[in-house]
Design a binder for this molecule. Sequence first.
Ligand SMILES: [Zn+2]
Length: 660
Amino acid sequence: MIPQETVNRVLDTVKVEEVIGDFVTLKRQGANYLACCPFHNEKTPSFTVSPARGFYYCFGCKKGGTAVSFLMDHERMTFSDAIRFLGKKYGIEIKEEEETAETIAARQKSESLYIVSEFAQNFFAGQLESGEGRALGYAYFKSRGLEDETIRKFGLGWCPTDRYALLNAARAAGHKEEYLVESGLCIKTDEGKVYDRFHERVTFPLHSVSGRVLGFSSRTLRSDKSVAKYVNSPQTDIYDKSKFLYGIWFAKQQIAKEDSCILVEGNLDMISMHQLGLTNVVASCGTSLTVDQIRLIKRFTNNVTIIYDGDAAGIHAALRGIGLVLKEGLNVKVVLLPDGMDPDDFTKTHTLEQVRQFIADNAKDFIGFKADLLLDEAGNDPLRKAELINDVADTIALIPDAVKRAVYTESCAQKFGIAQEILSNRVYRTHEGVLEEDKRRWERERADQERRNAQDSQAAEQTETRTVQLDGATGKKTVVKPSILEPVEKDLLKFIFTSGLDYMEFTKDNKYYTDPPMTVAEFIDASLQDDDALFEEGPRRRAYDAYFEYYDEGFSQDEILRRMTSGEDQEIVNLVVELTASRYELTEKNLRNSMTKPMTILVQQVPRAILLYHVKRLDKQLEEYKAQLRNPEVDAMMIMTEIAHLNEMRRKLNKTLGRN
Ligand SMILES: [Zn+2]
């Protein structure tokens, strides 16, 4: 447990733009920062970070919160972990209160996986210090030209030949076998035998964007073919290879700084290049690129240079994956190394300056590269040439930017010696097809989302229905829309969060006039209490209660909001950020249209918002009564009377509001 005062100290120190800036490239715009949202896919940035308020907010997907919420949402950290992470980043000592057995037991599974992975990392790295690890693992890394500092920086290690070395060490340190197996560090056979997955191998820890060890890749030093050369961590709760790029933790800052990312295939290639001084390099670890990996790069830059070994087999394999990269709108360049060389060899035989120069001289845009390569292979065969022209046109069609497509079309037509119209026709048609396909996919995704939402609200309805059922004693399921009050409750919260401490200055002839005047928060609260009205059970109710708890302690508005957003309840944080992101953008059209008279906005709109809220509450009650009427056992007369009564109240309220 981290004491509240430590949490507050951390939150007072962090700069939201610095924390988010580690994961997303932020562009300054006035007092704020802007970026493409890391939570949803978009082409125009709608993700804003406000240093002054300490919040981020996406106008597209409506995600928002503090630096802590960001780490929780984006990096899947727990609240305490986010605080620890920030403490480390800002050099604030986190004094933890003694943890009870229960809280240790209650920690999430993924947390246990991180911890056991961290333990394994220290264990493997430590093995290089002496004995077998020194003689084999360390000697191997040295033979590959790695310096001690590099070995340490990338946390390289050795898993001993003894198949139980890690297992025993971890057990002795109190780690559970369950997590050793879950994390993939150990393998459990069907007979229940447990042993180290990476035994007798050099190990490379796999770091997340935020620098935590997620898993390992490993390589055997044996030459016999019966042993797999590379063995990697399996998919776990914390490691997903399709979302992972080796070295991103070490390279991300330089990638953002240079606005360019170099992509190589192997771990050692990447490490050698970093050792040489090229530090914007990441490795794809052999697999062809996935959309998630591309999006990871896109958080930091739009420019990728892919370096390939100089052999033809590698190139052809690579050609296949690149369509995705182009489709995501990245600018792709390709560098072919001299025949028979991989980046590791190349960096060892050249200076930093030479490598930089070689890349600069030999980087070709991908389309031109592909065209040249295929043209070369097709030779004089007209059929194959026609095939290749279509193939290249289809590749160009993947590029989202129309100007770039036109430029490539022109240069390729020249290259092939054909009329530009022929090529551009094909590009155009295929591009439309791609768009069509995207649209269909997008619609599918949206339908999925809607179905999920429906399921969620159904679940919410069912919880809510239970209260109705108790009252009506029906036993049948009555469906009550749970969200009917959401917009109006949000409007009230919005007034409270943005102007809660402002005074309601009614004129003396106004029926709401009081002396002394009430604050907006008091006015709303008093009005709700008059009707014994409570917000619906859930985040809005909790946010309302939290606000008034701090309000009653006499804090300033800023301090109240700061306290509300520094707690663990992320639904409250989200509400505060969402409702304060833009000042008076209310949901009810009437409210927006009523700002004609020269009265202050608050004096006119707060009472209206309250009346609207009461109307919606009546609507909700009416629905509940109507639902009860379907039950033959209830006293229909009584309910009809109630309904008539509610309708009358509703009519009066609407009249006051000037609506029918
Ligand atoms: Zn978003």
